[in-house]
Design a binder for this molecule. Structure first.
Ligand code: FDP
Length: 337
């Protein structure tokens, strides 16, 4: 029996010390707040119909997506976990129209948090993987309320990013800019335990993930790349490919961290004006930081995702091509042609 378990909190405290960071405990506290939101969500997702959390809420978010009951519950759980303890100064959520400042009387902390509280929520009612994604930025000046511009920072300025996958087991995957580590929720003690230290995306792959039903709308570069994948070993890429589509970005990126692959939600005719389908602050930037920290690449096809300058709209969209380094480089060559 292993008695030397590393919990998420003890890992963060050790890492902060190792990196010589001034340890006021605020950052550790913030991650603890986020992990509590994730544990509460995991517990409800796990109970599913028994907890009465399936089905639609009958409302839409700022992007016009129909909200599920669990979208709203997960959003409330994140807000509640973040607004009381004085670690966070403000939040931006995929489920809220505007950024959220704290109620009067609450201590404004040193960090901003953006989150997608229930990624892949269309999977919720069919008992397939969903997740949460978050990104942490420095707040402008301690004690003040942030504005929307304070969230409009490029991904390279993220202090930390992570996700929680609610799958057969719940996993919290985190980067603070020093590699990527994965923790599995031990429900019997209510703690995330380090089980996947120093996760690395394999450099090469023969697996791609894309919603192929959108094929007729893609740009020529992506059309050609996927056609060449499908041509297999007799085509120009010279190998047979496998395809997966979980329809929850957290599930796709977790698979890529575990065994390699590429995930594409590219620009297409319908989303060109918006910049893509997925959200820059809640999905693109945090997942790009995780994938890059694990040795992979993350691009729009034309630019590194983490260097995209936000336009001030917290719901800005971005094209996403990320995963195994060599395969993303191959896809980028199609975009140069
Ligand atoms: P969802 O809208 O269900 O939250 O966040 C966007 C996202 O899921 C991603 O997680 C997922 O990869 C993608 O959309 C699924 O898109 P399709 O509906 O095109 O399959």
């Amino acid at each position: 029996m292993d008695t030397q378990l590393t919990t998420l909190s003890s890992f963060i405290i050790d890492e902060q010390r190792r990196l010589g960071k001034q340890a006021s405990g605020e950052f550790t506290g913030l991650l603890n707040d986020i992990s509590i939101a994730c544990k509460s969500i995991a517990s409800l997702v796990n109970k599913g119909a028994l907890a009465g959390v399936l089905g639609v809420a009958g409302s839409e978010n700022a992007m016009g997506d129909a909200q599920k009951k669990m979208d709203l519950i997960a959003n409330d759980l994140f807000i509640n976990a973040l607004q009381h303890n004085g670690h966070c100064a403000g939040m931006a959520s995929e489920e809220l129209d505007e950024i959220l400042t704290l109620p009067e009387g609450k201590i404004r902390g040193s960090y901003l948090v953006t989150f997608d509280p229930l990624d892949g929520s269309s999977n919720m009612d069919i008992n397939i993987d969903v997740g949460a994604i978050f990104s942490i930025l420095k707040a402008p000046a301690s004690g003040e309320d942030p504005t929307a511009e304070d969230f409009a920072r490029p991904g390279v300025e993220q202090i930390a990013a992570g996700y929680c996958l609610y799958g057969p087991s719940s996993m919290f995957v985190l980067t603070t800019g020093n590699g990527v580590n994965g923790f599995t929720l031990d429900t019997s003690i209510g703690e995330f335990i380090l089980t996947h230290p120093d996760m690395k995306v394999p450099e090469t792959t023969n697996e791609f993930a894309i919603n192929a039903s959108n094929q007729r709308h893609w740009e020529p570069a992506v059309q050609q790349y996927i056609a060449d994948c499908q041509a297999g070993e007799t085509g120009t890429l010279g190998k047979n490919y496998n395809m997966r589509w979980v329809a929850a970005m957290v599930g796709e990126i977790h698979r890529i961290l575990c065994r390699g692959g590429v995930f594409l939600y590219p620009i297409d005719e319908r989303n060109r004006e918006a910049g893509g389908k997925l959200r820059l602050l809640y999905e693109g930037n945090p997942m790009a930081m995780i994938v890059e920290q694990a040795g992979g690449l993350a691009s729009t096809g034309y630019q590194r995702i983490m260097e995209v300058m936000p336009n001030g709209d917290p719901h800005q969209r971005v094209a996403v091509i990320m995963g195994s380094k060599q395969e993303v480089e191959t896809i980028l060559k199609y975009h140069e042609a």
